[in-house]
Design a protein around this ligand. Structure first.
Ligand code: AMP
Ligand code: ZN
Length: 493
């Protein structure tokens, strides 16, 4: 269905600072690139929020009938500590620390990333390219920028000449920074610096003898600068000019600003029509981040094994919690907020269970068509999921009234209500119905009683190998058992 033909979608474009009407380059098609993770450690919930926001956006485009090519990369080289041009490669540093190969680090955390996103019901992107798989493409772009005279080589490294670029382009247009201010606010170059100006950034870095992640290039052995991989991979898979580029707000500068500079310098074209930035998840009012240790990992939330929350929460509840905020707003994680989301989620799932069973009559008290249009209006207004969810609860209210015979609905309206509600909840918001049916929960209780008995018998016989095995394997399945004064209980995450 080509629903997009009836809908005008507006997107907050960081480049223009306005909500722009979405007009794709090729009718019916969307090309979207989102910066992926640097796979040197497990993803925390903050990282997940950004990927979830773009998953919802991907899902809505698909729902509207667009053919979407969604490219989300894996950064497996070139991202140095402190996001600057100095310091160790984050992956190489971890490899040294754990005494394993850098590619073992990459493999381990890529698998964790995929498993985590799958738990949150994210759809896989269309292409998931890696930085190390595109070294040749990155070298080609550097050669083009050098040919245009907008980069220079120094001692086996190549730097982008920001001052020269700014003579005919606008460096800072995405982040709203002015190069003159940046120059005033930055430190002087020291004698050891290879850069001509402190604002210049690395396209290629010479590898010192101890640097393990290295590739041959026309400038000697080295590795690409962090910003370059995204220019290389987005251009390769989406073209020199494509529809949407996304990432977390913290990537706007310098990462995305540098991507624009690299692309404009090499092709002469503006690479992206709509720049989209997702806002941060905070904890205790501060940005969730790996470096400050102010974070929580999804597995800690699902198991309840953390010092922040009073109980475990399911991935679907956490996703619902995320969707209750607009993707451009800051969202703070707290136990109260998650508990409220859990209540809301349960009400919504109950309504989804009930909607198909509603009795119908000759007329409807609920204008389902008008309601459906309001849902689209919310999503068409820069993917406003909190307003959409408010509309979904409007539907829940009517479902409950109809169920209690206080309102009526026609057969045709009931079908439209059921199909739209399911489409918005399951397909667009990506929220799964993880609530157990009564039959399921009776079976689960029976099986758990049996397992707890076997475990207690094993413990009585001091067969701790068996009792620990039961407990550990249940934890892997997301079931926690707790031994208390009144016996053993269990909870499902
Ligand atoms: P990284 O692996 O550090 O490159 O980050 C991967 C993605 O997570 C990027 O798009 C970041 O902008 C995003 N990100 C990092 N911290 C947070 C946070 N606290 N909330 C939301 N997104 C975040
Ligand atoms: Zn990127």
């Amino acid at each position: 269905m080509q629903l997009y033909k009836d809908q005008t979608l507006r997107i907050h474009n960081s480049l223009t600072g306005k909500k722009d009407v979405f007009e794709p380059i090729n009718e019916g098609h969307v090309g979207m690139y989102v910066c992926g993770p640097t796979v040197y450690s497990n993803v925390h919930l903050g990282n997940c929020r950004t990927f979830m926001s773009f998953d919802m956006i991907f899902r809505y485009f698909k729902h509207l009938g667009y053919k979407v090519r969604y490219v989300r990369n894996i950064t497996d080289a070139g991202h140095l500590e402190n996001d600057a041009d100095e310091g160790e490669d984050k992956i190489a540093k971890k490899a040294k620390l754990e005494q394993i190969e850098p590619m073992e680090v990459v493999q381990r955390y890529t698998v964790d990333f995929h498993n985590t996103l799958q738990q949150f019901n994210l759809l896989p992107p269309s292409i998931e390219p890696t930085a190390t798989g595109h070294i040749i493409e990155q070298i080609e772009i550097i050669k083009e920028i050098l040919e245009k005279g907008l980069a220079y080589e120094a001692n086996g490294s190549v730097y982008f000449d920001v001052i020269k670029f700014n003579e005919n382009h606008d460096y800072g247009k995405l982040s709203g920074r002015k190069l003159e201010d940046m120059i005033t606010n930055t430190r002087e170059l020291t004698a050891q610096d290879e850069k001509r100006n402190p604002q210049d950034f690395a396209l290629w870095k010479k590898a010192e003898p101890q640097h393990i992640m290295r590739w041959p290039s026309p400038w000697g052995d080295g590795f690409p600068g962090w910003h370059l991989e995204c220019t290389a991979m987005s251009t390769k898979y989406l073209g020199e000019n494509f529809d949407i580029h996304g990432g977390g707000m913290d990537l706007k500068f310098p990462h995305h600003e540098c991507e624009i500079a690299q692309a404009e310098a090499s092709t002469g074209k503006s690479p992206v029509n709509y720049w989209m930035h997702a806002n941060m998840l905070t904890l205790n009012g501060r940005k969730m981040s790996k470096s400050t240790d102010n974070n929580i990992y999804p597995a800690e939330i699902f198991s309840g094994n953390n010092n922040i929350l009073s109980k475990p929460y399911t991935p679907a509840v956490v996703r619902f919690f995320m969707m209750q905020a607009h993707y451009t707003s800051i969202l703070d994680l707290s136990d109260d907020a998650l508990q409220a989301s859990e209540k809301g989620y349960n009400r919504l799932m109950e309504a989804l269970d009930n909607v198909d069973k509603l009795k119908t009559s000759g007329k409807s008290d609920f204008d389902v068509k008008a309601w459906q249009q309001k849902c689209y209006e919310a999503m068409n207004d820069d993917f406003n999921t909190p307003i959409l969810i408010a509309q979904l609860f409007e539907a829940v209210k009517h479902i409950n009234l109809i169920k209690e015979d206080n309102e009526t609905i026609s057969a045709e309206d009931k079908d439209l209500l059921a199909s739209s509600l399911k489409a918005f909840v399951y397909d667009v918001l990506g929220i799964e119905n993880q609530s157990l049916t009564k039959d399921d929960s009776n079976t689960l209780n029976g099986v758990m009683e049996l397992l707890i008995d076997i475990r207690n018998e094993a413990r009585a016989k001091k067969d701790f190998a068996t009792s620990d095995k039961i407990r550990d394997q249940l934890v892997e399945l997301g079931i926690q058992i707790k031994d208390g004064k009144d016996g053993t209980t269990f909870s499902v995450n």
